[in-house]
Design a binder for this molecule. Structure first.
Ligand code: FAD
Length: 524
């Protein structure tokens, strides 16, 4: 199919009829905090790495504006808590609904990443003596503490120095950075959905050029969904705290490929949104930055908590062979220290996989299918604009997937979302490459909204720590439902399953069994 010419003047050449193919060992999708660290972790193992970022890696993502505190640095020289005790407390404080694996990795390696950052030129100590004598300063190391001055595992840092240091390091290590490229789908090996992941496709955000990315291992670092529940394209700062380009593309493409998600039924009110607010499902409360000051809602319930996301094992691998995840795309993720530690960790495990993986071999031409999908959009019927579809999705989520849920409202919500796919979605017609990106995002929001409603239907019980209320299943935390409910797509069917809250086993042992080379310093 030949895409038509752009209908609106655009200062860059429009190349949505052209294709580039790039082959690599490790492909990292998303160039924020986790993505840069994943690229560095993989490149340090000597493999070829391509990093794909929708914006400009040097300052993109939620960490682009910096960070003022770094959590979970349990191995810093002033810490008075062990990584085991801290990670276990983090899981326990959420009734078991925490990611023991990723929390432990953050507690165990979060400080290592800060030391790395300092070597790269980032500032992590009060070297100018601005805070000499302060209660939260250690006079020997010049480290500053936040939140808990007793246990000293959260550090105050100069986070605005971090992203440029990470970007420079990626370049020094030979990472091939593809900026202004939106990943659009995952490529699967023989066997279709649920089979090995062998790369991804993307679109250049300025030219529309289609990119085929072939890789032995892929790491997802595209953060999590936003503004599919509250839509205000004019006022993104009111409707969502995180960068507007982080809207759940990574969740949508992983879901379509058959990846397993958990806790996407989690609901939490975004308190900064005021009266415009309803629960941003599956996204958790993205707005509270401090463990020490949990906020309580009108009903006296704690509002903050971990969000839903991709399920992972001890290698930070998803259920799909060759597919890894890190940072805010994981379930129960926890900010920048977590994103850095899990990114580096996933990158080096993905590299190990790539080194031992056989050549990619023959595979179905899904890239062609994806390119046809995009060209169909470009040639669409027209008449509907992407903000209208975004607003409609948000209305459906508010009406059918509000704070109090039941199958009687959730199921019709799903039907309405399907209806958008069959009607309005066919009338979207991007007039130039940036509009194409918005259209692709809005279609991903549609997929993410479906994923959330399926997750809500799958948990047939109310759950205190997930702030989850089913009117048709009002029993709070019946023992049979104290588990992670998981969902994944097989064909067009949603497969529901469950995993024990402690599915990852003892933390220290689980970690050390897989990271002997890191611990011995042979693979930093
Ligand atoms: C204002 C603000 C202040 C914060 N302060 C702190 C703090 O002080 N301490 C702390 O610990 N945490 C803080 N956080 C949270 C922390 O920044 C995030 O948890 C962290 O950045 C998550 O890293 P990530 O890599 O998972 O996501 P991000 O850093 O958001 O990166 C995701 C990247 O994926 C890219 N992307 C998305 N979709 C695609 C696609 N389709 N194709 C290609 N690329 C894509 C995005 O452009 C983005 O660059 C703050 C967040 C915000 C917004």
């Amino acid at each position: 199919m030949t895409p038509r010419s752009p209908a609106v003047d655009w200062p860059y050449p429009v190349e949505w009829d052209q294709t580039s193919t790039i082959e690599t060992d490790v492909l990292v999708l998303g160039g924020g905090v986790a993505g840069c660290w994943a690229a560095i972790g993989a490149a340090r193992k000597g493999v070829r790495v391509v990093l794909v970022e929708k914006g400009a890696t040097v300052g993109s993502g939620a960490g682009g504006s910096g960070c003022d505190h770094w959590e979970s640095a349990a191995t810093n020289p002033c810490s008075r808590i062990s990584p085991e005790d801290l990670a276990e407390a983090m899981v326990k404080s959420h009734g078991g609904y925490g990611n023991g694996i990723s929390h432990y990795i953050a507690c165990r390696e979060g400080w290592d990443r800060l030391v790395d950052l300092e070597a790269m030129g980032g500032k992590i100590r009060d070297t100018e003596g601005e805070f000499v004598g302060a209660e939260f300063r250690d006079e020997t190391t010049k480290l500053l503490f936040a939140h808990d001055y007793e246990k000293r595992y959260t550090l105050r840092v100069w986070g605005t120095t971090f992203e440029s240091a990470l970007y420079g390091t990626c370049r020094l290590l030979g990472v091939r950075v593809l900026d202004r490229t939106m990943a659009t789908s995952l490529l699967r090996g023989i066997g279709g959905q649920g089979s090995k992941i062998v790369g991804a496709t993307g679109v250049h955000t300025r030219t529309g050029r289609f990119v085929i990315l072939e890789a032995k291992a892929t790491v997802l670092c595209m953060s999590r969904p936003s503004h599919f529940w509250l839509s205000s394209p004019e006022m993104p700062s009111v409707s969502e705290f995180r960068p507007p380009q982080c809207c759940g593309d990574g969740h949508a493409m992983a879901w379509k490929a058959g990846a397993e998600f958990t806790m996407m039924e989690k609901s939490a009110r975004a308190e900064w949104s005021g009266t415009r607010c309803s629960p941003p499902h599956g996204t958790g409360n993205t707005h509270n930055t401090s463990d020490a000051c949990s906020m309580l809602g009108a009903e006296g319930r704690e509002l903050f908590g971990y969000p839903g996301g991709l399920m992972n094992d001890w290698a930070l691998r998803t259920n799909l062979d060759g597919l890894y995840a890190a940072g805010d795309q994981l379930f129960a993720s926890k900010r920048q220290g977590h994103a850095a530690a899990t990114g580096h960790y996933a990158g080096r495990h993905a590299a190990a996989h790539a080194v031992s993986a056989p050549p990619l071999g023959p595979r179905p031409d899904q890239a062609k299918v994806e390119q046809d999908r995009i060209h169909t959009l470009v040639n669409g019927l027209g008449g509907v604009e992407w903000p209208e579809v975004n607003a409609t999705i948000a209305c459906i989520m508010q009406e059918h997937c509000g704070q109090k849920k039941s199958a009687a409202t959730l199921a019709p919500g799903l039907l309405k979302l399907k209806d958008i796919r069959r009607n309005e979605a066919l009338h979207l017609r991007p007039r130039n490459p940036p509009e194409l990106i918005r259209v692709l995002e809005v279609l991903n929001l549609l997929t993410d909204a479906e994923l959330v409603i399926h997750s809500c239907l799958a948990r047939e019980a109310s759950a205190r720590y997930l702030l989850f209320e089913r009117l048709d299943f009002p029993d709070l935390d019946p023992p049979a439902w104290n588990k992670f409910v998981t969902v994944r797509l097989v064909g067009s069917e949603v497969v529901e399953d469950g995993k024990a809250l402690d599915y990852y086993g003892p933390l220290k042992e689980g970690y050390e069994a897989l990271n002997a080379d890191y611990l011995s310093g042979t693979n930093s």
